[in-house]
Write a protein that binds this ligand. Structure first.
Ligand SMILES: [Mg+2]
Length: 128
């Protein structure tokens, strides 16, 4: 089973993502800040991660840079309110694989997470 970590300071977004992903059969954890996410990652492993970019404290870009080093075989999505080319460039450099623009369609979220899950399987097969 794939484990998903959702990091967003908006409770509504966290709750929605958790509910949708749990219903789809994923094991989901959530954090309201980058700091809290890093604490969780010290204890547990995740292969799919979704980070809000606009977080108080450690922002999503910085969080992604750190987590990319910790978890090289993972798919990390940015969650953002807007997407300028400049912004996306930063995301890619930080190590994000892809991004969602709010408001996020549940259908798209599930489709992308499913696809990411398959990609992870391919990496892990190769590694074995
Ligand atoms: Mg935010």
């Amino acid at each position: 089973m794939k484990r998903v970590l959702v990091v967003d300071d908006e409770k509504g977004v966290r709750d929605l993502f958790c509910r949708v992903l749990e219903t789809a059969g994923y094991e989901v954890a959530s954090a309201e800040s980058g700091e809290q996410a890093l604490e969780i990652l010290e204890q547990e492993n995740f292969s799919l991660l979704l980070f809000d970019l606009n977080l108080p404290g450690i922002d999503g870009i910085e969080l992604c840079k750190r987590v990319r080093k910790l978890l090289p075989i993972s798919i990390i999505f940015a969650i953002t309110g807007y997407a300028s080319l400049f912004h996306l460039h930063d995301c890619r450099q930080a190590g994000f694989d892809d991004y969602f623009i709010k408001p996020i369609s549940i259908k798209d979220l599930l489709a992308e997470v499913r696809l990411a899950s398959k990609k992870i399987d391919r990496w892990l097969d190769r590694e074995a």
